[in-house]
Design a protein. Structure first.
Length: 307
């Protein structure tokens, strides 16, 4: 027994150990990046629902979401393990469980591998092999390609957008065991949405990323002009792509009008950042991106065509 616990009374020692276990549970929860997983689950749900013809298979849906959530949580854990040194050099991530020393690397490795393996196996057993394959492909490309590239080239943002847009495909595959053309429209929406979202984060924390040696912004772009053009180009391209479900007869007028307004809001937020390039406007763009995606996906589900 260590010196701290030895000096505690029995009742106090039990409370201390309980508090420590609760703290560990919270740290494991932080490793899974629940704020990111919320968007993963919403995107997977949208893909599953859009693919469904006839009554919704709630049991298969829950299995699809559960397995995808496990794989996403394992991916987030292993990502933090791989980037623990960089996280320790950044102010906004230095207090994460691994760089702060509250959890050991071995604990995170076992936890991440266990979640990932359980998620992939669950999807293969309870849903179908295609959904499992897509989820594990997302994990592999995110960890083995995107994560190492963050230290080498700003092109990492483009590369990372490919696995980042996979959740709707996993959902679609979960519902149908195949990938129709409509599934790739959802994929394209998520693909383009990511650029303003992540570039806003990269601009807000550009000093932190530079301190950690992560190359998230274009080279020699100290004034943010190139970053701003990238944000605007992707936000403008997102407009026609987001409206494709309505033009293809997959969604109705409610989706068309609502998504048009949301796209204009997103473009406006990007244009304001392009004009001034301040951290405050980058934060507003980030908030606009967080509002945009769940609402567009919700509209896609609520106004789905019955054809």
């Amino acid at each position: 027994m260590n010196g701290v616990s030895a000096s505690l009374k029995p009742g106090t020692e039990a409370s201390f150990l309980a508090a420590r276990r609760l703290s560990n549970l919270k740290d494991y929860w932080v490793l899974t990046k629940p704020e990111v997983n919320f968007l993963v689950v919403i995107s997977t749900l949208a893909g599953f629902y859009a693919a469904t013809r006839g009554p919704l298979d709630w049991v298969r849906l829950l299995h699809t979401l559960f397995g995808t959530l496990l794989v996403a949580s394992g991916t987030a854990t292993l990502n933090q393990l791989m980037e623990r040194d960089a996280d320790g050099r950044m102010r906004r991530t230095a207090r994460r469980p691994l760089p702060a020393g509250r959890l050991a690397a071995r604990e995170a490795l076992v936890f991440g591998l266990l979640l990932s393996a359980m998620g992939g196996a669950h999807l293969a057993w309870a849903v179908n092999p295609l959904a499992s394959f897509l989820a594990l492909l997302t994990l592999a490309t995110y960890l083995l390609i995107y994560t190492p590239l963050k230290r080498k080239t700003p092109w990492c943002t483009l590369i990372g957008a490919f696995p980042g847009a996979m959740p709707p495909l996993i959902g679609w595959a979960g519902a149908t065991a195949n990938l129709a053309g409509e599934a790739w429209v959802l994929y394209a929406i998520l693909f383009l949405w990511q650029f303003p979202h992540f570039l806003a984060i990269a601009w807000m924390y550009r000093e932190d990323y530079a301190r950690a040696g992560l190359k998230m912004l274009p080279r020699n772009d100290r004034d943010g002009r190139i970053t701003s053009w990238q944000i605007m180009a992707s936000a403008i391209a997102l407009l026609p792509v987001s409206l494709l479900p309505a033009w293809m007869g997959q969604a109705g007028i409610v989706y068309l009008v609502g998504t048009l307004l949301l796209c204009l809001m997103y473009i406006y937020a990007g244009a304001r950042l392009a004009a001034a390039r301040t951290n405050a406007l980058a934060k507003r763009l980030l908030l606009a991106s967080i509002v945009y995606l769940p609402l567009v996906l919700a509209l896609r589900m609520l106004d789905k065509s019955s054809v």
